[in-house]
Design a protein around this ligand. Sequence first.
Ligand code: SF4
Length: 319
Amino acid sequence: MTPPLLEVAGLVKHYPVRGGAVRAVDGVSFTLARGETLSLVGESGCGKSTVGRCILRLAPVTGGQISLAGKRIDDLPERHMRPLRRHMQVVFQDPFSSLNPRQRIRDVIAEPLRNFSLASGAALDARVVELLDQVGLPASAMHRLPHEFSGGQRQRIGIARALAPAPDLLVCDEAVSALDVSVKAQIVNLLLGLQERLGLALLFISHDLAIVEHLTHRVAVMYLGRIVELAPRRALFAAPRHPYTRALLSAVPLPDPTATRERTVLRGDVPSGLAPPPGCRFHTRCPAAFDRCRTEEPVPRQVATEHIVACHLDVSAGP
Ligand code: SF4
């Protein structure tokens, strides 16, 4: 059987601090197939971006395993990891924040091509033009500087740069969060088109469920370092099972402005990852918490096809 493109099993990432460790990710497991989009969602501090950083090997893991196309990568020495990096690329919220503002777009996009020795000379320029075209920008953009572009255009350039080494996996970390609503939609459509054309797998990390609903195949909802619900998009948005997912979705505006839905307002903030609550980590904010939740951690279980929930309630029949 062909292995999934990406397999994450029991991923743990703790950050040591004085007097303990911040448990940013605490046993996260999922798979991602070629051509599929999986969205990691949750409030700020839930660990979703840390999962992305671990997969990209931008942060060493504390435990668990990460495999790319069946090959374990979490424990690879950097010299063995380096040639694999071209297969997984990232698009951040602001891809230009770390770039030299005096670097022309040609060089921004050409950098990964040079780093991985994928093109040089005229072939390099031709590839840059091809990549600009793929993201809907004219060839003339290559001679310009980053500040000459709007936020949406910059994100297109960031995507072109990420696509340069022809990756199999694109990690989009809050990639559209800073954009205006109409520009967001354009970038989402661009990503969908590229995925279809190139067969890319997308790991879409976002706090914005309204956007996620438009582009994802499956959704993993994270809370305080754990996945609490993992399900196909339709199942999750039509009938969320976990109380946390229900609360998050209750805050998403409905497309019909005359329609209303009952809003669940969560009390307080996400607790510190330095000392997560015992039992179910969500029990301090959960409107349905009962005694067992305070002492016993819920084990993730399958409640429907491809639908996994970690909750003590009987959620097998849905809400
Ligand atoms: Fe709420 Fe208990 Fe379910 Fe946790 S296990 S989500 S506290 S009902």
